[in-house]
Design a protein around this ligand. Structure first.
Ligand code: GLU
Length: 284
């Protein structure tokens, strides 16, 4: 069909626990958006945290989504199959002086943060202990961090924008570099323990690889979008349209977490709820 590009969206759960009502809302919102315009709905299993992901949780993702009435093309993209691709991106960022190896443990970072510091604007940011290693080759024990100052300098002449269509935030956003430096700093691109790309890096690479045109996800990830836009610019990747939907909260108003078993989709299934009733329950 000629004309406007087809909408391609995705649901990208991490199989670290049972899917809950918040996941159901997110997956159904993406699915409905694709269906409404004859677009495509893809599934991606974000199993990069090998310490917390479990095959049983991955199987439960397939079962819960199929129960909700969702269908997706096979094979499903799984991050654990894509380490070589992420490693290439990390090597390129290292070679360009935009990332550096970091050997700091959590304790090192805490000690540095509790000492008086100069030049660190937010108390939770990485204090830059290993930043002087920019240009060095990492050892197998190192994490990799983004050199935020070098990244922002590289892109200083380029306005970084993205379009948001979420209910509370619709509009064209222009990235303010000082926000990135102030709120995020030298973020981790690869953790020391799991030795593959951290979420912020894999998500931009994978959204591009899957030709995602619309990222539909919860409002809890809205701050991350600035980092994603920056990484897209550094890696010369396309920028999808973003839609951050409302969050499903518990009776106390807290965002649901994977440990809230009481809100797990499987709990409602076991109690005899139908997919239609779940849609209704979620206000869809
Ligand atoms: N794996 C992420 C999560 O479960 C997905 C984030 C995204 O949709 O970009 O929260």
């Amino acid at each position: 069909m000629a004309g406007a590009a087809k909408l391609i969206t995705r649901f990208a759960p991490s199989p670290t626990g049972p899917l809950h009502l918040g996941h159901a809302y997110s997956a159904l919102t993406a699915w409905d958006s694709a269906l409404a315009v004859g677009g495509a709905f893809l599934l991606r299993i974000e199993d990069n945290d090998t310490q917390r992901c479990r095959p049983a949780y991955e199987q439960a993702v397939y079962d819960d989504l199929a129960w909700l009435g969702l269908r997706w093309p096979s094979p499903v993209m799984r991050l654990s199959d894509r380490k070589t691709i992420y490693d290439q991106a990390i090597a390129a960022l290292l070679a360009r002086g935009l990332a550096y190896p970091c050997s700091c443990t959590r304790r090192d970072i805490q000690t540095a943060l509790s000492a008086p510091q100069e030049g660190v604007s937010a108390p939770h940011l990485y204090p830059g202990t290993c930043r002087h290693r920019t240009g060095q080759t990492p050892t197998v024990e190192d994490a990799i961090r983004l050199n935020m100052a070098a990244a922002l300098e590289q892109l200083s002449s380029q306005p970084l924008q993205w379009r948001e269509t979420g209910p509370d935030h619709a509009g064209l956003y222009t990235l303010a570099p000082d926000i990135l430096a102030r709120n995020h700093g030298d973020i981790i691109l690869m953790r020391r323990d799991i030795r593959t790309a951290a979420y912020h890096l894999s998500v931009v690479i994978d959204d591009a690889a899957q030709n995602i045109t619309h990222v539909i996800r919860g409002q809890d990830l809205i701050d991350a979008t600035a980092i994603h836009r920056l990484l897209q610019a550094l890696l010369d990747l396309p920028t999808p349209i973003y839609h951050h939907h409302r969050l499903i909260r518990d009776a106390q108003g807290k965002r649901l977490a994977k440990r809230d078993d009481a809100k797990a989709i499987s709990t409602y299934r076991a109690a005899g709820m139908t997919p239609q009733q779940m849609r209704h329950h979620l206000g869809l």
